[in-house]
Design a protein around this ligand. Structure first.
Ligand code: NZQ
Ligand code: ZN
Length: 399
């Protein structure tokens, strides 16, 4: 087990009716003027925003609003939020939505609390020393931003999607009521389950060996996600399944399932971020579209971990050789993706990039990763391009 720091300062209010604790949680934070930040309409339609406004009014907490956050949240709206917060003297950011809204709030928080252009953080030119406090009311189990230190933003010009990772952005509180996620369309539920699974898999597939407890947590989480994702495809209103998936979304990305590992791989995420930036696809679906091509490209560099994934998580019976077991595991994972309606290649994702676009994806990914992507097998630009080509069906998947 390697040395690690585990830091999860987010106070979690979980369960039915937990939105009613909003006033208490904001007062604990000393919030006097709140930015109510939200997405494209789902929170309005469900009545959640109305409920939040009533609570803020009843508690006497002043607020201004900024909606319109889109999936793959845009830098342009972040700038708008920064201006609004400065003009209005906002001292707390309340994100009502999913990863996109929470990430947008975190980026606004950086922009308000630091005296440089917020994109400089994403362009590797500056490090934030502060962030306005963020709280979240989570409406989709997916990105896990409600407890993570990440904020992923897309620059409108050029579709450049980049992430930042600083502990100062971890939300102060997260309100998680599984009932709020019941209005999700099946596709978004599935995208979320895929992303949750991937956050632990990215950490699980590494070069570590003796991590009994972390492995058990990770394997249990992944099995839980697979089992309950199946239930939700049949019974979207199943409270227990919604609750399991929602709690898994936070634990999968707050660092717990990575304690003692070498930090994880994250190549699939970086490969997806470029696809999301260029084609504006849903993050979870973009991940499953590249994962199989990535896995087949790298598995021989960490075969024991891929074998464990196959046997312990996917229930593959050991085959005649380790390699056969691993390949059966990769196929089982792709079967799972398909069973919840997720793509296993770019065509199924709904995109057919040209060779030039593949080159651009690899070029951008290589710049972001400084030509050094992943840990299972360190990928350079030519490797990234090969994985994209395979995911696009331009050449067969092979080692
Ligand atoms: O905008 P509205 O109308 O609210 O619709 C949203 C959106 O279209 C809808 N939705 C959310 N809750 C709903 C609902 N629809 C009906 N009922 C509800 N209860 O779902 C759509 C997706 O929302 P979004 O916030 O984009 O989803 P997600 O949580 O998957 O976030 C994706 C973003 O997070 C980034 C991704 O790259 C992507 O930009 N990530 C952030 C991470 C982090 N900060 O730690 C880690 C992840 O790896 C990821 O990269
Ligand atoms: Zn993710």
């Amino acid at each position: 087990m390697l040395n690690f720091t585990y830091y999860t300062p987010t106070k979690v209010a979980f369960g039915k009716g937990s939105v009613d604790r909003l006033g208490e949680l904001l007062k604990e934070q000393g919030a006097t003027k709140v930015l109510l930040h939200y997405g494209g309409g789902s929170a309005e339609r469900s009545g959640l925003l109305g409920r939040v406004r009533r609570i803020l009014d009843a508690e006497g907490i002043a607020y201004v609003e900024l909606g319109g956050v889109v999936p793959n949240p845009r830098l342009s709206l972040v700038y708008k939020g920064i201006e609004l917060c400065k003009a209005e003297g906002v001292d707390f950011l309340l994100a009502v939505g999913g990863g996109s809204v929470i990430d947008s709030a975190k980026a606004i928080g950086y922009g308000v609390a630091n005296d440089f252009d917020v994109w400089d953080i994403y362009d590797f030119k500056a490090k934030p020393t502060a962030c306005l406090p963020v709280g979240a009311i989570v409406t989709i189990a997916a990105a896990g931003s409600e407890m993570s230190n990440s904020a992923v933003i897309t620059k409108d010009e050029g579709g450049i999607k980049r992430g930042s990772n600083f502990d100062i952005s971890r939300p102060k509180f997260a309100i998680m009521d599984p009932e709020l996620t019941m209005t999700l369309p099946a596709y978004q539920t599935a995208c979320g389950c895929a992303d949750i699974l991937m956050h632990t898999m990215e950490r699980y597939l590494n070069h570590g060996d003796s991590m009994e407890l972390t492995d058990a947590l990770a394997e249990g989480l992944m099995r839980t996600v697979i089992r309950n994702a199946h239930i939700l495809m049949e019974q979207p209103d199943n409270y227990e399944a919604r609750a399991e998936i929602l709690w898994a979304s936070s634990l999968s990305h707050n660092g717990l399932t990575g304690c003692g590992t070498d930090g994880g791989d994250w190549a699939s995420h970086r490969l997806e971020h470029e696809i999301g930036g260029m084609f504006d696809v849903a993050h979870g679906a973009g991940l499953t579209a590249v994962w199989g091509s990535w896995a087949r490209y790298v598995y021989s560099y960490s075969p024991d971990r891929f074998e464990k994934l196959a046997v312990r998580v996917l229930g593959v019976e050991p085959r005649e050789s380790q390699e056969a077991t691993i390949l059966a595991g990769i196929e089982a994972m792709e079967d799972f993706y398909r069973s919840i309606g997720m793509p296993t290649n770019m065509h199924e994702l709904g995109i057919d990039p040209t060779p030039e676009q593949i080159g651009e994806l690899a070029e951008k990914c290589s710049i972001t990763a400084k030509d050094h992507l992943g840990t299972v097998r360190v990928l350079q630009k030519a490797d990234m391009e090969a994985i994209y080509r395979r995911a696009a069906g331009m050449e067969p998947n092979r080692q």
